[in-house]
Every structure is written in structure tokens, then in C-alpha cells.
Write a protein that binds this ligand. Structure first.
Ligand SMILES: CC(=O)N[C@H]1[C@@H](OP(=O)(O)O)O[C@H](CO)[C@@H](O)[C@@H]1O
Ligand SMILES: [Mg+2]
Length: 557
């Protein structure tokens, strides 16, 4: 293409963008000085009070994304999940209810870092050209938020960005992250053979509760499940869900449900606190009715993640606590689905996807039963790998995860004629599980119902579930370094290629311990390097983890 025509082509595109409106609106949303934002593993995340400009710009990009996808609905969620209450963040949802297509992430990073309206428009224009966005297509964007105090102000920035682009908008209000993913998918599949459900919050509860009722019919609950809602939006969603599921089917006691008190969110509670500290939420041991044998679970701040745990003895004793994390949920689910598929006589295969953070014992256990893949950290990587299986179970150790049924697998399940009453029962269970599981993204509420169904079907308590395998003692440490980007990994983050020589040192150290493993990677959400270590001998774990952390610090210095 000759230069003049290239310039005129660019000019034509720029004309298509509402540049004057963007310039005008931009004045309210300059980038805070001295900060570099990154669209990472979980969108953009930092202190909430410096995020307005990012929210405004992400809204512009979302409108373009909707146009690119032929005017299908896309979503934007304002949340910082398990992080501190003063933090906030924004993540984009694609039209199938999945995470934003990763090739668009660099544009998000560039747009939120633009230092002038002109720079911002240039980034958008580049995006329009490279991704061939037809600007004449109308855009449709739904937005939602969690319970953080900075949400209203950030949502306002989103709304102004969308108005600037002339997008049609739907205000979903207070939602869990997976609810917003559900709404997007349900909206875009309405009236098609893949219709996902009624595209309303009530439609979401309705779908889950109906599937749950079928799966536990004739099996009333024997015990109460205690749910730690992290003082977040999960508290609200669980309350709504309880309106749809009678106590005769599910006995739940919701704790840490205070979404009003400042500072309460994720404070000494929630899935991250419980998983990281491997203990009960703070003060729960003193709560009336929390006793030996109790089954509990914790959501995170936006309810897209869950871990279970139970008490083997008195709650005051540290040793009583037993964690049933994402790996244990994956094993429970993979086993159950594998059994059902075999009993049903459907020719489909169950596979499982984990990350390097999966406990070595869980990987060993799963590999003896189903094919297992390891991907880099972050739900989007696991999700895509799980799509390659007929039934793909994916979980991060920290409790993010779900199960995907491919279209062919769903078709086979619906078309197979059962050869026996047992096969018929298995087929019916599979059909209901497809509805019970939120296949767009990990969902604490849906995953909780899934675990409850499996335990009830097997008539298991937590101890029976826990006995599948014994976790290797493990530790996760953070090392603060000047530049975490000097740490580069390969092999699904299990090996460092940079800084040179460090991996060899780590290998040397690990070899000194029995059944040990350790790896190092830069975090995608925090300014730190993470060190993971596990060891066959509990007493040796700290020495290994600290040793690797020291190597990291030495190499970084
Ligand atoms: C070790 C760990 O728990 N990492 C978390 C954390 O990612 P990092 O890239 O490690 O910061 O946040 C992600 C988003 O919430 C989550 O998907 C992931 O599992
Ligand atoms: Mg979360």
C-alpha cells in the first residue's frame, strides 16, 4: 500500500471513532501520573481510587469488542476478588461468557496507559484497524460490580465510557463475577439450540436450583453446611439462592455475610485467607455450633472461587483443620463424572486440567484415573485446555474452577439410549449436572452445589472425600524483587529460563529433599515473585521453601 492511501485509510477509521466525544470525556479521565497499569491474569487490579481512568478506557474497548463480535453482548465486571477492600479492578467478558480473548489484552494495557486523548485514540484506532472492527455495528455491553466502596465511582466511569461510544448498556448492578458471565452467555444464546438459560439473575438461580433439586431428589441433607461468604457479594447471592432451594433440600448456615461494614470484606475470612493460612476464618472457632465433624466452605470476594474444609477435632486445635481445596474438588468431580460416564455407557472421555500449584499427590491420584494436562496459572489457560476434552474438569488449587462439557459430549449424553436402569440413572444425572455447573467460569455457588450433590450421592462425609489421597506438605511464599519481569518461565511455568543459572540451583537444592518439588514464577496480579515448594517430609518443608526464596532474592539483587 502506498503511503498516501495508508494515511487516508487510517483517517477514514479515525473518523469512524467518536474522537471529539472521546477527547471531551477524556478530560475527566487522565491517567494518574507515575503508574503503569497492566491487563494481566485477572484484568486490571490495583488501589480502587486510582482506577477511574482505566474503567473509562476499558469501557471504550468493550464497546469495540462488542462491535467486533457482530454486536453480541459483552461484559465488564468491577471487582478485585479476594484482594483488600480498598483495591478494585476491572475485567472484560467475551460474548460466550468467557474471559476476554487474550490477543486484545495488550490493547487494554496500552489504552489504560495512554497519556493523552490523542494517544488513546491512536491505540483505539490501531485496534480497529488490526482487528478489523466494523464501527457501524451497534455495541451492547452489560456491567456489574461487587461490594467494594469504590465500585459506584468506577461504574460511573464505565457508564461514561460506554455512552461516549454510543453503546447500548445493561446495568446488572451487584453481581458475583460468575453471574455476570452467565448473563452474557445466556443473553447471546437466547433462542438458539445452545440456549444457556434465562438471561436474568432469577434465571440463574432458577437453573441451578432446578438441576440441584433433580440431583438430590430422595436424598435429604443429613447435616448443615457452614458457608463463609467473605463478607462479600457471595453473601447476597447465597441468600437469593436460598430463596430458590428449600431447606428440605439444602441446609446452609451463612457466616461472614456483612457487606455493609467498611473493612470487613475478605478480612480474616474468605477462600484466599483459608487456603493461604490453612486455617479456619478468624474467630470462627469461637462461634457457637462450630464443632468437630463440621463441614464448611469459603467463597472469595467475588464468589468465583471456593474451598471446602472440615474439623477432625475441637475447632480450637490447629490440627483439627483439614483443607479440601481446588485439587480435592477436582479429584472428587473427576472421579464422579468418570463413574457416571462409564455407567451411562456414553463414548466420551473425562480429562482434568491443573496448574503447577496442584499438589503433587493430587496429580498422581488423577493421572491414575484420567488424562491430566498442566497449564500456566490463570483461569483462561485452564479453561481453554479443558475445552479440548469431552468433559474437562479444571481447578486451580486455590479453588477457581469448573467443568466443561463439549457440544458433542452434550449431544451424546442426550442421544444415548440407556441399556439398563443404572445406565438410565447415570444419563439423567449427567444431564442435570450439565445444568448445575456454570460452564462459563468457576462459580462458588455452582461448585458448592456440585460438591453437595456428589457427597450426597455417594453418602460421604468430608473424611471419606478427604481419604482419596494425602496432600504433600506445601508452602507458597512471596518474594519482593525490583523487577519481577526478569523471571521468565517455560514448561507451564515449571522451569525458569531466566535469570540464567537459577533453575539449576533450584534443582540442586530440591534434589536434597525427599519427594520434593519447587518452582518459581512472577505473579500476574501482584508485584512479586511466587515460590512454591512441597516436600515429602513435613519437617523439611520450611528449609526448602526458604532456601529457594533466598536463591530468588540473591539472583534478583
Ligand atoms: C498462586 C495463585 O494462587 N495465583 C493466583 C493469582 O495469580 P498470580 O498470577 O499468581 O498472581 O491470581 C489469579 C487471579 O485471581 C489466580 O487465577 C491465580 O491462581
Ligand atoms: Mg475471585
Amino acid at each position: 500500500m502506498s503511503l498516501p492511501s495508508a494515511i487516508s485509510a487510517a483517517a477514514a477509521h479515525t473518523e469512524g471513532l467518536p474522537t471529539m466525544l472521546i477527547e471531551e470525556a477524556y478530560k475527566e479521565y487522565p491517567k494518574p501520573e507515575g503508574i503503569k497499569f497492566t491487563y494481566g491474569t485477572a484484568g486490571i487490579r490495583t488501589k480502587g481510587d486510582i482506577l477511574q481512568s482505566s474503567c473509562f478506557r476499558m469501557a471504550l474497548i468493550s464497546a469495540l469488542r462488542s462491535k467486533k463480535l457482530g454486536g453480541k453482548m459483552v461484559g465488564v465486571m468491577v471487582t478485585a476478588s479476594h484482594n483488600l477492600e480498598e483495591d478494585n479492578g476491572i475485567k472484560a467478558i467475551d460474548s460466550r461468557g468467557e474471559m476476554l480473548e487474550s490477543s486484545w489484552e495488550p490493547y487494554c494495557t496500552e489504552a489504560v496507559n495512554a497519556n493523552s486523548a490523542k494517544e488513546l485514540i491512536a491505540v483505539l484506532d490501531q485496534l480497529v484497524k488490526t482487528c478489523k472492527v466494523d464501527l457501524s455495528v451497534p455495541a451492547l455491553v452489560i456491567y456489574g460490580h461487587d461490594t467494594r466502596p469504590t465500585c459506584p465511582m468506577l461504574v460511573k466511569a464505565v457508564v461514561e465510557g460506554l455512552a461516549t461510544m454510543g453503546a447500548t448498556v445493561i446495568d446488572a448492578g451487584l453481581k458475583t463475577t460468575p453471574q455476570l458471565h452467565y448473563l452474557v452467555r445466556a443473553h447471546n444464546t437466547q433462542g438458539t439450540p445452545d440456549a444457556y438459560g434465562e438471561p436474568t439473575e432469577m434465571g440463574y438461580y432458577d437453573k441451578l436450583s432446578k438441576a440441584f433439586a433433580k440431583l438430590v431428589a430422595g436424598k435429604p441433607p443429613k447435616t448443615t453446611l457452614v458457608v463463609d461468604c467473605a463478607n462479600g457479594v457471595g453473601a447476597y447471592a447465597l441468600m437469593q439462592l436460598q430463596q430458590h432451594i428449600p431447606e428440605s433440600l439444602l441446609k446452609v448456615r451463612a457466616l461472614r455475610t456483612d457487606i455493609k461494614t467498611r473493612g470487613a470484606l475478605n478480612d480474616g475470612c474468605g477462600a484466599d485467607y483459608v487456603k493461604t493460612n490453612q486455617r479456619l476464618p478468624l474467630g470462627l472457632e469461637k462461634e457457637k455450633g462450630i464443632e468437630a465433624g463440621q463441614r464448611l466452605c469459603s467463597y472469595d470476594g467475588d464468589a468465583d472461587r471456593i474451598v471446602y474444609y472440615y474439623l477432625r477435632g475441637p475447632p480450637q486445635q490447629k490440627e483439627s483443620f483439614r483443607l479440601l481445596d481446588g485439587d480435592k474438588i477436582a479429584s472428587l468431580a473427576a472421579d464422579h463424572l468418570n463413574d457416571l460416564v462409564k455407567r451411562a455407557g456414553v463414548a466420551i472421555e473425562v480429562g482434568c486440567v491443573q496448574t503447577a500449584y496442584a499438589n503433587g499427590s493430587s496429580t498422581k491420584y488423577l493421572e491414575q484415573r484420567v488424562p491430566v494436562t498442566c497449564t500456566p496459572t490463570g483461569v483462561k489457560h485452564l479453561h481453554h485446555a479443558a475445552e479440548r476434552y469431552d468433559v474437562g474438569v479444571y481447578f486451580e488449587a486455590n479453588g477457581h474452577g469448573t467443568i466443561l462439557f463439549s457440544s458433542e459430549a452434550q449431544q451424546k449424553i442426550h442421544e444415548t439410549s440407556p441399556s439398563s436402569p443404572a445406565a438410565e440413572d447415570a444419563l439423567e444425572q449427567l444431564k442435570s449436572l450439565i445444568d448445575l455447573i456454570n460452564q462459563t467460569v468457576g462459580d462458588a455457588l455452582s461448585d458448592m452445589l456440585l460438591v453437595e450433590v456428589i457427597l450426597r450421592t455417594k453418602d460421604w462425609d468430608c473424611q471419606e472425600w478427604d481419604s482419596a489421597y494425602e496432600d504433600l506438605p506445601n508452602k507458597l511464599l512471596k518474594v519482593n524483587v525490583k523487577d519481577r519481569f526478569m523471571f521468565v518461565t517455560e514448561d507451564a511455568e515449571r522451569k525458569l529460563v531466566k535469570p540464567e543459572g537459577l533453575q539449576a540451583k533450584i534443582d540442586e537444592l530440591v534434589a536434597k529433599y525427599k519427594d520434593a518439588r519447587s518452582f518459581v514464577r512472577p505473579s500476574g496480579t501482584e508485584d512479586c515473585v511466587r515460590v512454591y515448594a512441597e516436600a515429602g517430609v513435613a519437617g523439611e518443608l520450611n528449609s526448602l521453601a526458604n532456601g529457594v526464596a533466598k536463591l530468588v532474592a540473591d539472583f534478583a539483587a
